[in-house]
Structure formats: C-alpha cells, structure tokens
Design a protein around this ligand. Structure first.
Ligand code: SF4
Ligand code: SF4
Length: 333
C-alpha cells in the first residue's frame, strides 16, 4: 500500500525527522523500529533509515532503536544515534532509574512513556525538562490483548506524530507477522488502535522545574588498554545489584507458602536464582531447608517455576493486580 503524499511536519538542520526508542531487551523496540521505518519508507514514500543498538545480553539489557525520515530528495548519509529526538518513546519507565533516557529532549520534543501514571506524575518521575508527554499503559493493553507492548507504543507514536499514518503502520505490522503468525495480526492491530486511542497527553513548558539534560556519549570505562588481565570482573558481587524487573512483560509468579512442600523444583528451574531459602522444620518436625520467598528484583517473569511446581504453590498473576506488600515480602500465606 502507498498512502497519499505526506509532508514531514518539522525537520532538523540535516533534513531529518528523528525518533529514538529507549527500551529493555525483550520488549520489542528493535522490531518496532523496523516496522516504523518500513512503514514510513515503503508505505508513505519518505526516505529513511532505522537501526538499533544493544549489548550482548538479550533479555534485560538496555536497547535503543533509532528511526530517521526525510523527504525523498534528501540522501540518508547519517548513521549516528539520534541525539535530539523529535519523538522519544520509553518502553519501560524504570529505565529512567539507570539510563539517562531524556537526554536531548527539549520543549518541542514529544515523549511517549509506557506507564500507568498520569502526565503530571510521569513528568515528575522522569524529571522532564519540557515537551509534550504522552502516557500510555501499554503493558496493561498488551496483557489484555495477549500481545506485546511494542504495537501499543507504535499506536501512540502514530497519534503523537500527527503524520505517521496508522494505516501505513498497521499494514506493516500485518506484513511483519505474515502468514507464520497470522493469528496474532488481529490482536496486534487492536493493540495498535488502543495505543492510539488510550494515550493521554500534556504539554510542559520549560518552567525551570527540571533542567535540560544534554546528550553525552559515555565512554567505556574498561577497554583494550586498561582491562584486567584474564577477563577478571573487578566489581565483586555485581550480580547482587542486578535488576531484571524491567524484563517482565506483565506477569509474575506468586508463592503461596501454605501449599509449598519445599521440594526445590522451582529453585532448580529458575534461571536467575530468585528463590530464598531458610532453615526450618518440615511437616514431620525434622530440621529442613524451607522455601521462604521470591526476590522479584531478579525475576524476569519467565514463569518456568510456575510450570514446574506440581503443588500449585506458584501461580501466574498479572503484576499490576498483585498487592505491593506481597511483592515486597516475596510470598503470601
Ligand atoms: S516447586 Fe512448588 S512446592 Fe516445590 S519448592 Fe517450589 S514452590 Fe514449593
Ligand atoms: S518467573 Fe520464576 S523461574 Fe522465571 S525468573 Fe521469575 S522466579 Fe525465576
């Protein structure tokens, strides 16, 4: 399909309309960038490019996806990261705790945040200098539609941009899913529409509440000249501070201790050592190791533990419906 000729609403000095997606591996930003890039170039007639940057780990590590559009008569000769985005899409709000996601965002930028917060709360959470902030609860939509958050975010990008045709993007979503995943097309198109319709926005002027965060390129602290011999990890215990909660796609296991036999199957199955054990007594009163709780900081929501538990002591729940005290304690009785 090709939509009617569309003009870019604004471009930078190089002639580009630029989009940056800040995400965590597993949330689908890479594919979202590809779909958006193809929709703009193949279906809307722009010139453009898209590429992603991510580390060696697949799930849980920061991912950035970049999309550039320009008029057909402009040549694409820029392959660097997007520094001052016209649209910034943040796929997981907790990313802002570890990554300076709002770098380069000014009063004319559009920021899209996957959150259940309202725009005022979200601005304070992000410490956003200025710009138009769109809040969309993409995780809730994805759970309800049994899809992923990326198509909901694409819906909000389409709405917020004012020029990226929903039909052009939906056509490309369907093409990317193709015959192989034909059953997912309809729910993903519904997710896209909800991303369009359910986003709420507010424009924030640069009122001095939070400073502008300029783009800075962080150099590698360790490289060819100064890396420890033998690949030694100089930060002992770094796995303790690791946080995989951003990898979850809306589901968590909940431990019901009254049903648990402390058989240990879940502990063997869990890839991230989330289970905590303590000394206690078994049902016959003999000293034994007893399963105490789950540390959700390390849980990426793969739910393998739920599948393996024969006693229904671990059950699958929508994270946003689980009481915070259960998540803090790591179990229920
Ligand atoms: S597999 Fe189930 S019963 Fe066994 S220790 Fe884990 S939660 Fe308890
Ligand atoms: S869902 Fe279960 S198996 Fe998967 S990381 Fe979390 S605790 Fe471990």
């Amino acid at each position: 399909m090709t939509t009617k000729e569309t003009k870019l609403p604004v471009v930078n000095e190089s002639g580009f309309y630029e989009i940056r997606m800040e995400s965590i591996g597993g949330l689908g930003a890479n594919l979202a960038g590809k779909i958006l890039g193809e929709a703009g170039v193949l279906n809307m007639g722009f010139n453009g490019s898209n590429f992603s940057s991510y580390g060696s780990e697949k799930k849980g590590s920061p991912v950035k996806a970049f999309v550039r559009f320009c008029d057909p008569n402009v040549e694409v000769r820029v392959n660097s990261p997007v520094i001052e985005p016209h649209i910034l899409a943040i796929f997981h709000e907790n990313l802002s705790k570890s990554v300076p996601v709002t770098q380069g965002v000014g009063p004319d930028s559009i920021v899209i945040l996957n959150t259940s917060k309202n725009p005022d709360e979200a601005r304070d959470f992000l410490k956003l200098h200025a710009g138009t902030l769109y809040c969309i609860d993409a995780l809730k939509i994805a759970i309800e539609e049994k899809t992923r958050i990326n198509t909901a975010i694409l819906g909000t990008i389409s709405k917020a941009s004012g020029f990226l045709s929903p039909d052009a993007i939906k056509d490309m979503i369907a093409k990317n899913l193709g015959k192989k995943y034909a059953s997912l097309i309809e729910p993903n198109l519904k997710t896209f529409d909800r991303g369009c319709n359910e986003a709420v926005s507010k424009k924030f002027a640069p009122d001095g509440k939070y400073p502008y965060v300029p783009f800075t390129r962080e150099g590698q602290k360790i490289g060819y000249f100064n890396q420890p011999i033998g690949g030694v990890i100089p930060v002992a215990g770094s796995s303790v501070s690791k946080d995989l909660s951003g990898s979850r796609e809306g589901w968590i296991p909940v431990l019901n201790r009254s049903k648990c036999t402390s058989c240990g199957e879940c502990d063997i199955t869990c890839p991230d050592y989330c289970f905590v054990w303590e000394n206690g007594v078994d049902k016959k009163g003999k000293p034994a190791r007893i399963l105490k709780s789950i540390i959700y900081q390390y849980c990426k929501g793969c739910l393998r533990c739920v599948d393996i538990c024969k006693f229904e002591a671990l059950t699958k729940h929508k994270e946003f419906e689980v009481d915070r005290t259960i998540i803090e304690k790591g179990y229920t009785e």
